[in-house]
Design a protein around this ligand. Structure first.
Ligand code: HEC
Length: 251
């Protein structure tokens, strides 16, 4: 009687179906040669200890896959680049898997990966996650004020829009042309340090006063940081000129 119970107990242990539904677990697949380094034996307990989530090792059906082919690059070493990617899976397991991937890319996870060593030698270097898309630009100035200021002060050299179409100086790029450059925001934010402006431009609290020995040109251009914000907000509203040809402008 007792023996039967014992056998049943052991069979229960072996049957995956016997894993209670609420078990916090997901599966991980990885190339065999990575397994063989002992890396996972090093990594996974550290994750499980923190989170109480068990990571099952699955030859090829894990919710998370370490691979040398596709996914988010995570680390390099052993003359390979390793990637992590998600595969399908039940929602509960998927949630635990997500937690694992987040952990891998966190500072702690990255440090853990780099701590793994064989005979005292670090094996993997983590790969910086890709910069997320361009940072959102925020415009807090007033475009209408920026427009008026630009016509009055920049318009004597630059074509700003239809109103001063004939006034710009031929060799000076129009605002809509500059607006078409991928780094237009950077160029306008710093125009006062870009040739030819420094000799005539002063931005309140940013630039040093004109030196007495080198007086500014006839029409010094003075503006505040708020006015610069207004200009940026205005330029942001301009339709970029698309000339189809690469532009060469003084850096
Ligand atoms: C005296 C004439 C003059 C005035 C006034 C002037 N600019 Fe310019 N600006 C130029 C010239 C010339 C260039 C082209 C420089 C080059 O190609 O190297 C230029 C280039 C620029 C560029 C591109 C710079 C770069 O390095 O990519 C920006 C941005 C710019 N101006 C903004 C302004 C703004 C904003 C104002 C007004 C607040 C203004 N400029 C007033 C003559 C002027």
């Amino acid at each position: 009687m007792f023996r039967t119970a014992l056998i049943a107990f052991f069979i229960g242990l072996c049957l995956p179906l016997a894993v209670p539904a609420q078990e916090r677990e997901f599966g991980l697949s990885s190339p065999e040669f990575l397994e063989e380094t002992g890396f996972l034996n090093f990594l996974l307990p550290r994750f499980s200890l923190k989170t109480g989530i068990r990571v099952g090792r699955q030859a090829n059906r894990g919710e998370v896959v370490f691979s040398t082919q596709s996914g988010e690059p995570i680390m390099e070493g052993l003359e390979e680049v390793f990637y992590v990617r998600f595969e399908g899976g039940g929602s509960e397991r998927q949630r635990h898997a997500q937690r694992f991937v987040d952990w891998l890319f966190s500072d702690v996870g990255q440090r853990t990966i780099e701590q793994f060593s064989i005979e005292g030698e670090q094996v993997f270097t983590t790969i910086e996650p890709k910069q997320s898309a361009e940072p959102e630009l925020v415009f807090e100035g007033d475009p209408a004020r920026g427009e008026a200021f630009s016509f009055a002060n920049c318009g004597r050299c630059h074509v700003i829009g239809q109103n001063n179409r004939m006034n710009g100086i031929g060799s000076t790029p129009s605002f809509s042309l500059l607006r078409g450059l991928p780094d237009w925001h950077e160029r306008f934010s710093t125009f006062y340090v870009r040739i030819p402006h420094p000799s005539m431009t002063q931005v309140e609290d940013i630039t040093a006063p004109f030196s007495p020995s080198r007086p500014p040109a006839n029409h010094p251009l003075r503006l505040t940081q708020d006015q610069l914000e207004d200009i940026l907000s205005f330029v942001n509203t301009l339709q970029p000129a698309d000339l189809g040809a690469p532009l060469i402008i003084h850096q």
